[in-house]
Write a protein that binds this ligand. Structure first.
Ligand SMILES: Nc1ncnc2c1ncn2[C@@H]1O[C@H](COP(=O)(O)OP(=O)(O)O)[C@@H](O)[C@H]1O
Ligand SMILES: N[C@@H](CCC(=O)OP(=O)(O)O)C(=O)O
Length: 359
């Protein structure tokens, strides 16, 4: 039986869209659009996360090697994004499908209002049968404001939109149990559970035009699967990869989803970078939070406030061995929390509904 997903995020990596010389591979893009159109015509909702702005820019302008690297990337992306979206628009038009351009920054995911605006826009596009083509707004996202890569962006969108599946297309068949080029390495077809140390078999090196690499891809995939979303990593350079993947007839890696979380919890799960405060908890609190019961974080289990926060801020919950246990929204500020540390019968600092635990 095929995978019967209703809403799918498809991420196409730089290396899939780019030829060896760094220029866009028009033929491959066309073939992917044909497949995405076929999937759309089966009544599924598709959101495309596409890299390739910088590569497209390279096909239009030459930037001096002496130019500042950040400015060069901004310039290439600004010019290239126009070409990239035009390419998609023309190719989808052949299938009588409308696509749209959505450019986002990491900041848009940190602010709950921006987050909801973005979500509403994407929902409206899907309702109107449009395929949103999303990319990072490379023109304004520089250095520390950037996503790690478009895999991170795709993972955030998958949880934001409660997608059934996230398909990441890269230039290898999936995650190998060793160096993909080494003899004897094979593709791991299913990954489940939390405690996997990817660095044991995934090397930190990136492919020619990739930004994040396979370790960040794997970590993001695992986190997304923990939120109840199927994640597939497959080879975008293979013919018919998308249609074959949904028919379960192509070799690739699938991250088995573990549980489903509420929309709010999904947002909190991805808020680590915007967490302002942090609290230290004792072993008892850790045990209670990680048990199968729905438990809120009570002041009795808190041993210290590491960094201050205000009511409503996302805070990090850290255990006695300095491990990040979870994230949650503070019900009150650090001052009140300090007064209540270790006391019984106090209002929870983080209510269970606003708590995301990563185990
Ligand atoms: N164990 C592994 N399994 C698969 N790929 C790996 C592994 N270790 C390292 N890699 C490298 O990760 C690369 C893909 O990641 P990345 O460069 O981020 O691609 P993309 O541009 O598609 O996001 C592959 O080309 C491969 O060389
Ligand atoms: N936003 C950039 C791509 C950035 C990126 O992370 O790419 P990838 O390595 O494919 O995840 C572009 O359009 O050129």
């Amino acid at each position: 039986m095929a995978f019967n997903y209703r809403r799918i995020i498809i991420k196409i990596g730089s290396n899939v869209l780019t030829q060896k010389n760094g220029l866009p591979d028009q033929q491959r893009i066309a073939h992917l659009v044909d497949q995405i159109s076929a999937i759309k015509k089966q009544g599924k909702e598709v959101i495309l996360v596409s890299s390739g702005a910088v590569a497209s820019g390279r096909s239009l302008i030459t930037v001096s090697e002496k130019a500042d690297a950040v400015a060069a990337r901004q310039l290439l992306a600004s010019i290239g994004q126009v070409k990239l979206i035009n390419t998609y628009s023309q190719l989808f038009e052949k299938h009588q499908i409308l696509c749209s351009q959505v450019l986002v920054t990491a900041e848009d995911f940190r602010d709950r209002k921006h987050y909801l605006n973005m979500k509403n826009c994407l929902e409206a596009l899907l309702q109107h049968e449009v395929i949103p083509v999303v990319n990072e707004n490379d023109v304004v996202s520089v250095t520390e404001l950037m996503f790690t890569d478009n895999d991170e962006l795709a993972g955030l969108l998958a949880s934001m939109l409660n997608a059934n599946a996230l398909v990441i297309l890269t230039n290898v068949d999936g995650i190998y149990n060793g160096d993909p080029k080494a003899e004897g390495s094979t593709v791991i077809d299913e990954i489940s559970g939390k405690e996997i140390d990817f660095s044991a078999f995934v090397s930190s090196g990136r492919s020619q035009f990739g930004r994040g690499g396979m370790i960040t891809k794997s970590t993001m995939a695992q986190k997304t699967a923990q939120l109840g979303i199927n994640v597939h990593i497959a080879n975008g350079t293979r013919e018919n990869v998308l249609t074959d993947l949904l028919d379960k007839s192509v070799i690739h890696t699938r991250f088995v989803p573990s549980k489903t979380a509420s929309g709010r919890k999904k947002w909190i799960a991805h808020s680590e970078k915007s967490a302002t405060g942090s609290v230290l908890i004792n072993a008892g609190a850790r045990e209670a939070l990680l048990s199968n019961k729905a438990t809120s974080l009570l002041p009795i289990g808190i041993v210290g406030i590491v960094t201050d926060f205000k009511k409503g801020d996302v805070i990090k919950i850290i255990d006695d061995s300095d491990k990040l246990i979870g994230l949650g929204i503070a019900e009150y500020g650090a001052d009140k929390a300090r007064e209540r540390i270790g006391h019984k019968n106090q209002k929870a600092l983080v209510h269970y509904d606003y708590l995301y635990l990563q185990g």
